[in-house]
Design a protein. Structure first.
Length: 393
C-alpha cells in the first residue's frame, strides 16, 4: 500500500525522510517541531537552520540532514497559522504537502512520513487538514511511486486509541462472534440469553431510578415477569407477550415522564419531534440526510468535512434527490452528521443498506456511532489495525 495512516511517533518512523512543521524564522516551535529537533539533536539542527537556511515563507519547504534520526532527511514545511480560513491558509497548506513531495522526489527519496501539518499549535481544523493531506498525497501518487505515511500522534489521539481498543475488541467479539454462533446453535438459544440480559438491564434501570442495587429488584420484578425459561428448558415464544406486558407495567404513569437521571421528559416536545419525523417516512437518502442535518442545526460543510467526504460528492447528494451513494460514503456521512444508531440505520435503509453483524467494517462503524465517537481519523486507524480496507487512505 503506497499510502497509510498510522498512529506513531514521527521521530521513530523508519523512513528515508520525515516532514517537520517548521516556523518561518530559524527558531523552534512547540509540538512536532520541538520533538523533531530534540530527537535529531537540538543544537546541531538549529545551528544548521540558522546558518544555512534562514527565513522561509509560509507554504515553502527546505531540506536538512536527519542527524541523529533514523531518517536520512528532514523536510521542513513552513506551516500556515490558521486565522479563520480567510488568509489563504488552504493554499499554503496544500503547498506544504505538494512541495514537500516534490522535494522528496528531487532527492530520490522513496519513503516519507508526514505529520498532520498545521493541525496542532497552528490551529488548522483537524478534519479539514486531513482532507487536504489526502487530496495532495493521492494526486502525487497518481503519477509517482513513493511509500507515504501520514502519522497521527498527539495526546488526544493516543488516549482515545488506548480507550477504544479494548472495548472495541469486546464489541466485535460480542456482535460478530455471536452471529456466527447463532448459525451453529440456532436462534432460540440466543433469544433466551438475550431475554435474560434484557431482564438484567431492566433491573439496573429501576435501580438507577430508585437508588437501589439490582438484586433488590430481582424479587420485585417477578411480580411482573414469568421465569425467563420454560420449565422444560425450551424457549417459549409466549414469553414475548408477557415480556411486552411487563414493559408496559414497568413504564407506568409514575415512571413514564422520569428519566433515569431524575430529569423529566417534555412529552409535548417528543410528540412534536415524532410528528415531524413521520412527515419524512417517504424521503430518499438525500432528502432524509438534509432533513437530519437541518434538524440538528448543523451546516452542510460541517458534516461533509467531519465525514471527510469530498465536497463534490456531497454536492451530488444534495442536488439530486435520487442520488445513490456508495455504502462507505453513506456510513461516513452517518458519522459526519453525528447520528445515533437508530438514525444511522434509518438513513442507510433509504439507500438500500443495512449494518451487517457479519461484516467487521459495519461492526466498527456501529461501535463508533453507538458510543458517539465521531472521529473518522481514529475510525480509519482502527480499520487499518484490524486488517480491513481503509477509507481515507
Amino acid at each position: 500500500m503506497p499510502f497509510k495512516i498510522v498512529r506513531n511517533d514521527i521521530t521513530k518512523m523508519n523512513t528515508e525522510a520525515i516532514v517537520n512543521t517548521a516556523n518561518e524564522f530559524p527558531s523552534v516551535g512547540t509540538g512536532c517541531d520541538s520533538a523533531i529537533y530534540k530527537a535529531a539533536g537540538y543544537d546541531e539542527l538549529l545551528k544548521y537552520r540558522q546558518e544555512k537556511i534562514g527565513y522561509v515563507a509560509q507554504g515553502e519547504v527546505f531540506i536538512t540532514p536527519g542527524f541523529n534520526l533514523s531518517a536520512k532527511y528532514i523536510i521542513h514545511a513552513v506551516s500556515p497559522l490558521y486565522d479563520g480560513g480567510n488568509a489563504d491558509e488552504e493554499v499554503k497548506l496544500r503547498s506544504c504537502y505538494k512541495k514537500s513531495l516534490e522535494l522528496a522526489k528531487e532527492n530520490g527519496i522513496k519513503s516519507i512520513a508526514f505529520p498532520l501539518i498545521a493541525t496542532g499549535g497552528y490551529g488548522y481544523p483537524k478534519e479539514e487538514g486531513m482532507r487536504i493531506a489526502v487530496d495532495e498525497i493521492n494526486a502525487f501518487l497518481l503519477e509517482n511511486d513513493m511509500l507515504i505515511y501520514l502519522v497521527v500522534f498527539d495526546d488526544k489521539t493516543v488516549s482515545l486509541g488506548d480507550k477504544i481498543y479494548p472495548d472495541l475488541e469486546e464489541y466485535i467479539d460480542q456482535n460478530y462472534v455471536e452471529e456466527k454462533r447463532v448459525e451453529e446453535y440456532g436462534e432460540g438459544f440466543f433469544k433466551a440469553a438475550r431475554r435474560e440480559e434484557a431482564g438484567s438491564r431492566r433491573r439496573r434501570k429501576l435501580g438507577s431510578i430508585f437508588g437501589k442495587p439490582e438484586r433488590d429488584f430481582a424479587s420485585s420484578e417477578s411480580m411482573f415477569l414469568p421465569n425467563m425459561a420454560a420449565p422444560s428448558g425450551k424457549y417459549d415464544e409466549s414469553l414475548d407477550e408477557a415480556d411486552e406486558d411487563a414493559e408496559v407495567l414497568l413504564s407506568g404513569a409514575s415512571l413514564e415522564t422520569i428519566k433515569p437521571d431524575g430529569a423529566y421528559f417534555d412529552i409535548e416536545e417528543h410528540e412534536s419531534k415524532l410528528e415531524e419525523r413521520m412527515k419524512h417516512l417517504s424521503d430518499t437518502f438525500s432528502q432524509y440526510l438534509l432533513y437530519l442535518i437541518q434538524d440538528k442545526k448543523m451546516e452542510n460543510s460541517e458534516v461533509y468535512k467531519r465525514a471527510i467526504v469530498d465536497k463534490k460528492t456531497f454536492s451530488k447528494i444534495k442536488n439530486n434527490v435520487n442520488y445513490h451513494p456508495q455504502k462507505i460514503t453513506a456510513l461516513c456521512l452517518c458519522v459526519g452528521a453525528m447520528l445515533n444508531l437508530d438514525e444511522s440505520k434509518d438513513l442507510l435503509a433509504r439507500a438500500g443498506y443495512a449494518l451487517s453483524p457479519c461484516d467487521k467494517t459495519d461492526i466498527i462503524f456501529s461501535y463508533f456511532i453507538e458510543n458517539e465517537i465521531y472521529d473518522m481519523i481514529e475510525l480509519d486507524i482502527q480499520l487499518e489495525e484490524h486488517g480491513l480496507p481503509c477509507i481515507i487512505s
